[in-house]
Write a protein that binds this ligand. Structure first.
Ligand code: OOG
Ligand code: NI
Length: 453
């Protein structure tokens, strides 16, 4: 890349900090949450020096404090394709396909995020991006009305559009262009108190599904939550009430384990906000909420199948988190809870690296990897899960909508339609972890001068 250009990683880093500042102003509780998460993370690291050391060596310690994911929802194929181009400027690409219609939410989604090791280390900022499936609305008139409203709005400013085109034509943006791009891109995700429709239209769309009203009635895809990463979600959940935040009852995802796997999340409802309709009447709408997450190791296809199987066989959460977590700990005991077994059984992904200056013995040629690890010249560390979980995402959506809307949309998963709207295929997240693991292993073995056969 041309030297006078700012790298997409830098642009993404600026953008993620800027959107965090904007959201902190929009939703004061988010600031409180950040402080709580920071405190708990600091205390956790102090209590576990080994974890601190491992995270520092993996480059995870630096990204922890800035790591966020956000979520947005768009209304049409055109909007989704436009955002794909905007995110590419920041080195964020669509990874994974999530079908939420099975959970009664008329959307399907992907996560825009950086994909390679260096970019992830720099700033792993991700945006869970959902496309409203208007085709699932049975009422033809309402469906067309919604489509027309969406078609008439412009979610990307003309300045941002010009800079996206410039990036595509030149292969990069200069520092001053990038600065302008970040400021303009931010506008797309800002909250607007004035709806673009009158109260009657809002109510009709709301009656179809609250999410439909949320996507259709505003000027753009306001960011609906921004999530920091904690190292101890149970502790943050316990401490939330004392800071005036009431979390949802159940922590989504796997239970507490010595070796955390995948992703654990919990959310809380944000306050309802006043909005103003086009006919000047006033109303209330809850658009934004809060969420925290704890990330663990990424599972291989085999590991993921085991996880999904156990989750499907486990009982529904109910409202008692303690009892639910206890139940999960029992059923998840079927997944080994130590790094070595997870790795040897091919259940989780690892990063390999050679110990600097290490010498290998001749015999290492046979059962290479295990022998090298045994000798202490090759180190394997868990690869962080960078994606989302459809069942948890559905739980997050549900907890922030008015409940009782499950099973409303019966539909097949339509990745083909989603990719058509997006204008490209989504990256398979498991293949991505596989490639990264393999590349790290080849690099490490080359350093150790052990041929890979
Ligand atoms: C997205 C909900 C999914 C997560 O962390 O699983 C999500 C939304 O409500 O738009 O953010
Ligand atoms: Ni989220």
């Amino acid at each position: 890349m041309n030297d006078s250009f700012l790298s997409p990683d830098r642009i993404r880093d600026c953008f993620s900090r800027a959107i965090s500042d904007m959201y902190r102003e929009e939703v004061p509780q988010y600031g409180t949450l950040l402080e709580l998460v920071e405190q708990v993370n600091r205390a956790t690291l102090e209590r576990h020096p080994a974890q601190q050391k491992a995270m520092a060596e993996d480059g995870e310690l630096e990204r922890l404090g800035i790591e966020r994911h956000g979520a947005i929802r768009v209304g049409s194929a055109e909007e989704l394709a436009l955002l794909r181009r905007m995110f590419a400027v920041m080195g964020m690409f669509p990874v994974g396909y999530y079908d939420l219609s099975m959970a009664g939410v008329p959307v399907h989604s992907t996560a825009f995020r950086p994909v390679d090791d260096e970019a992830l280390r720099r700033n792993p900022f991700r945006l869970f991006t959902s496309l409203l499936r208007l085709e699932l609305i049975a009422d033809t008139e309402l469906r067309e009305r919604a489509a027309n409203i969406i078609a008439s709005r412009k979610i990307v400013t003309s300045q941002a559009m010009a800079l996206i085109e410039r990036y595509e034509a030149k292969g990069g943006l200069t520092e001053s262009e990038a600065k302008c791009f970040v400021a303009e891109a931010l506008e797309t995700f800002r909250w607007h108190r004035d709806a673009t429709v009158d109260l009657a239209t809002y109510e009709k769309l709301h009656a179809e599904h609250r999410l439909v009203a949320d996507v259709v009635c505003f000027r753009g895809p306001h960011i609906n939550h921004l999530t920091p990463r904690t190292l101890d979600i149970d502790e943050v959940q316990r401490r939330m009430p004392a800071t005036g935040i009431t979390p949802k009852a159940i922590i989504e995802g796997p239970p507490w384990r010595c070796c955390p796997i995948l992703l654990r999340q919990t959310s809380f409802k944000a306050l309802e906000e006043s909005i103003f309709f086009a006919d000047e009447s006033q109303g209330r709408h809850a658009a934004r909420f809060g969420e925290i997450e704890q990330r663990g190791v990424a599972l291989t296809r085999k590991g993921r199948e085991l996880y999904d199987h156990i989750l499907a066989a486990s009982c529904e959460g109910g409202d008692d988190n303690e009892a639910h977590q206890e139940h999960l700990r029992e059923v998840f005991a079927a997944i080994p809870d130590d790094e070595a077994t997870l790795r040897r059984d091919g259940l989780a992904f690892f990063h390999y690296r050679a110990v600097p200056g290490a010498k290998t013995l001749e015999e290492a040629g046979f059962d290479r990897i295990e022998a090298l690890i045994e000798q202490g010249v090759l180190i394997a560390t868990p690869m962080t899960y960078e994606d989302f979980l459809p069942v948890s995402a559905a739980g997050i959506f549900q907890s922030n909508l008015n409940d009782g809307m499950r099973d409303q949309y019966v539909s097949r998963s339509r990745q083909d339609l989603f990719e058509q709207a997006l204008g490209e295929t989504v990256i398979d997240e498991i293949e991505l972890y596989e490639r990264r693991q393999q590349a790290s292993l080849e690099r490490a073995l080359a350093q150790l001068k052990v041929a890979l056969g």
